[in-house]
Structures are given as C-alpha cells and as structure tokens.
Design a protein around this ligand. Structure first.
Ligand SMILES: O=P(O)(O)OC[C@H]1O[C@H](OP(=O)(O)OP(=O)(O)O)[C@H](O)[C@@H]1O
Ligand SMILES: O=c1cc[nH]c(=O)[nH]1
Ligand SMILES: [Mg+2]
Length: 211
C-alpha cells in the first residue's frame, strides 16, 4: 500500500469506541461518545500542522511564540449524514475551521454511493481538507467523496474515519494511493450486505435514531 494509513489506538479512543460498538448504547450516549472521540481524532490528525512564530508580549517579557502557519483555515468536509457527528466534535477543538458538506447515501442493493448535496468553501483551492465519516466499509463512499474533493483542487486531503473494513481500505488505497487515512480501528471484514464486522451497526441510524 502506498498510502499512509494510521490506526489511532489511544486508550481513551479505544475505550470510547467499545462503548459505541455495544448494541445497548443509546442514541444520546452514542452521539456524545462520537463527539468525544472526534476531539481526540482531531488532536492526532492535526499533529503535523506547520507552525510559524509571532512576536508577542506576555505580562513579563517579549517572546517569539508559535502560532499555526497556514494563512487559510482548515476545511472539514463531513460526509452526510454520519460524518456530521465527527464534524461537531472537531469544531469544538478547531472552531475556526471552515466547513464543507457532501451528501452521500449507499444504494442498499448496489452499494454504490448516490450524491445528493455538495457545498464547500469557494476558496478551498487555497486550503487543506479533512474529509470525515465514521465508516469506511466497501470504501465506495470514501472513494467518491475524495474524487469529488480532488476536483476542487485543495492543497491537501486527509480521510478520517472511526472504523475501516480491510477490503474497503485496500480498495480505497488502490484508487487514491496519495491520500492519508486515519482510523481508530481496522475491523475483521464486511458481511454480505456490506456492513462492517464486528463494526457498530449503521452509524447514521445510531447517531440520529432513525431506526
Ligand atoms: O464504504 P461504504 O460501503 O460506501 O459505506 C460507508 C458509508 O455508509 C454510511 O453512510 P450511509 O450510506 O448509510 O448514509 P447515512 O449516513 O445517510 O446513513 C457511512 O456513513 C458511509 O458514508
Ligand atoms: O457497517 C456499516 C457499513 C456502512 N455504513 C454503516 O453505517 N455501517
Ligand atoms: Mg447509514
């Protein structure tokens, strides 16, 4: 695999992910946990953000102090619906990030993603992008989202999820070998309906209580 694939196995993330996976976890708890995990994911995926220094005055002395270098803020693009849960968490840590939305749903038979919405900042070509979605199953949605975002020509793209299936991850990496992927777990496999095993079920339905 040419891609940089990072499994973020921080104990707090792993513990919270286990709580999310449990079938008895309520919608309220699921939503809270996804938000909490997203803060921790944001911390990890922004680890390599470049810094510059600015001359500031503390109450005691002057100093050259570090600040984020990019002139243009990050764009977080949430794949709807479930990516909204990660976006909400990440915005707490990076409140000045700009936001994009891509609406995709998987056709349940073909597992082909259908796009129903797309809106990103007009100057995305001058910004770095994080695409967020809790689930990378067949990889079709992630592949389509990255393809769509690449057409807007951002400075860089990273893909951030919670769970990936090995088959889907391999598929994604074969199509987009240049995109770094961050996930909290690589699970065992996909079932015949395209669900991640053991997974956590349907992330959108669990987040929004639609089933
Ligand atoms: O890797 P894939 O096989 O494409 O599956 C992953 C996609 O499936 C889920 O969305 P879903 O289609 O259920 O839409 P929803 O978020 O509106 O429920 C999930 O949030 C991903 O976007
Ligand atoms: O297991 C899966 C697969 C796709 N989408 C989900 O929400 N869950
Ligand atoms: Mg769904």
């Amino acid at each position: 695999m040419g891609n940089q694939v990072t499994v973020i196995n921080h104990p707090l993330i792993q513990h919270k992910l286990t709580l999310m996976r449990r079938a008895e976890t309520s919608t309220v708890k699921f939503r809270t946990l996804l938000k909490e995990i997203s803060l921790l994911l944001a911390y990890e995926v922004t680890r390599d953000l470049p810094l510059k220094t600015e001359l500031i005055q503390t109450p005691i002395a002057q100093m050259e102090a570090p600040v984020l270098a990019p002139d243009k803020k990050l764009v977080i693009v949430a794949i709807q619906r479930a990516g909204q849960g990660i976006l909400d968490g990440m915005l707490e840590l990076i409140p000045s990030a700009r936001v994009g939305h891509i609406g995709l749903y998987r056709d349940p038979k073909s597992l082909i993603p259908v796009e129903y919405y797309f809106k990103v900042p007009h100057d995305i070509d001058k910004r770095d992008v994080l695409i967020v979605d809790p689930m990378l199953a067949t990889g079709n949605s992630a592949i389509a989202a990255v393809e769509r975002l690449k057409s807007t020509n951002p400075l860089s793209i990273k893909f951030v999820c919670l769970l990936a299936a090995p088959e889907g991850l391999e598929h994604f990496c074969s199509i987009h070998p240049d995109i770094a992927v961050y996930t909290a777990s690589i699970d065992d496999k996909l079932d015949e309906l395209g669900y991640i095993i053991p997974g956590l079920g349907d992330a959108g339905d669990r987040l929004f209580g639609t089933k």
